[in-house]
Design a protein around this ligand. Structure first.
Ligand code: PLP
Length: 361
């Protein structure tokens, strides 16, 4: 029995309206009928009041702490509908553990892993009709917690709200799997040593938006950040990790040493690369080295990776004084074959050697 009390939505969307929305899901615009909620209070009460409630507006006082000081962390993972009718998610314990690490960094209470996993299962169970079935589609799950105490003094909040909302999604990038162009930001940084770069928190995204705008202004879709200490080494995109495929098939990627988000997709892909007998090296990668390698052809492919877009080929790398095409500008062979292998596991079409999939319904 689920510990989540169900407060059913009195007016869920009609099946035909839902079907129409699921047919053409655009990322992050449509949400299911319900959301999961757990409340936390300091002073011994801890996490309590586990509920599934109708998806809808929150009532927050203008003084609510998160609106002023951004004490917030979030997660992102997907539920996949399998051929056999079951609904699975991918390595949710890794997200639960990262959620706890993020919470610790933001002085938020840690949600027990079990509550995190149960909240996903309880929400997907009640809203299972919202999990789309078309190839490449899924139900994106967005767990998050924030300082919900109405208090504008500066300290860790004594009242915190955890929610999970869910959104049916198709392809993340408009235009499907065309390679993206990336703007290398040589002005702003998203994270610095000792900062919150390794935490999945809204503040990191707030700090990255001006760079994202710069990328658009230069005709690029995504932004790549350099390390704040030296401005010479590649870190990651605003919401995705990055890796280089060398001409010999080995993969090189920046290490997760505090300023980079530890992506579940990143770690899964690195494992799949190792499983193929190829070499993975996690080490600092200088921008100069990457640019010279792309020019010389020793860097054969570049890809970005994260839950939302899975694996995205990078076709172009541009910055203040360079503009390079990666390879022939088309998706790289290893990039595409890793993407296929990972999505096959996620959708139950390929062997799950590492027991990464997790049944929700
Ligand atoms: C979420 C996120 C990623 C990707 O992590 P996944 O677990 O693979 O989805 C990468 N970088 C940043 C900044 C992120 O927030």
């Amino acid at each position: 029995m689920s510990r989540f009390a169900l407060d059913p939505n009195p007016s869920p969307l009609e099946a035909c309206e839902r079907a129409a929305l699921i047919q053409a899901p655009a990322f992050g615009t449509v949400f299911t009928d319900h959301m999961a909620q757990i409340t936390w209070q300091a002073g011994g009460r801890g996490w309590h009041d586990h509920r599934i409630v109708p998806y809808g507006p929150l009532q927050l006082m203008p003084a609510t702490s998160v609106l002023h000081y951004a004490q917030e962390v979030f997660e992102g993972l997907k539920a996949y509908r399998w051929e056999d009718g079951s609904i699975r998610t991918f390595r949710p314990a890794a997200n639960a553990e990262r959620f706890s690490r993020s919470a610790r960094r933001l002085a938020l209470p840690e949600l027990p892993v079990e509550d995190f996993l149960d909240s996903l299962a309880a929400l997907v169970k009640v809203d299972q009709a919202w999990v789309p079935a078309e190839p490449g589609t899924s139900l994106y799950l967005r767990p998050f917690m924030f300082a919900s105490e109405p208090f504008i003094g500066v300290r860790a909040a004594h009242e915190v709200t955890y929610l999970v909302i869910a959104s049916p999604v198709g392809a993340y990038f408009k235009g499907g799997l065309a390679p993206v162009s990336i703007w290398v930001d040589q002005t702003y940084h998203r994270a610095g040593p000792g900062g919150t770069g390794a935490a999945k928190c809204g503040g990191n995204y707030a700090a990255s938006l001006v760079s994202q705008e710069l990328a658009y202004a230069h005709g690029c879709e995504q932004v790549l950040f350099l390390d704040a200490a030296t401005s010479t080494c590649l870190e990651e995109l605003g919401g995705m990790n990055v890796a280089l495929v060398m001409a010999d098939g080995s993969v090189v990627t920046p290490p997760t040493s505090g300023t980079i988000l530890e992506g579940v997709t990143r770690s899964s892909l690195l494992q799949l690369v190792r499983d193929r007998g190829l070499t993975v090296t996690e080490r600092p990668v200088e921008l100069a080295e990457a640019l010279a390698g792309i020019k010389a052809g020793t860097v054969a492919e570049v890809f970005a990776c994260g839950t939302a877009a899975v694996v995205t080929p990078v076709g172009r790398l541009a910055g203040e004084d360079f503009d390079l095409t990666v390879g022939d500008g088309r998706p790289g062979a290893l990039t595409m074959s890793l993407r296929q292998e990972l999505t096959d596991i996620q959708y139950g079409r390929g062997e799950d050697r590492h027991a990464w999939t997790h049944r929700l319904v």
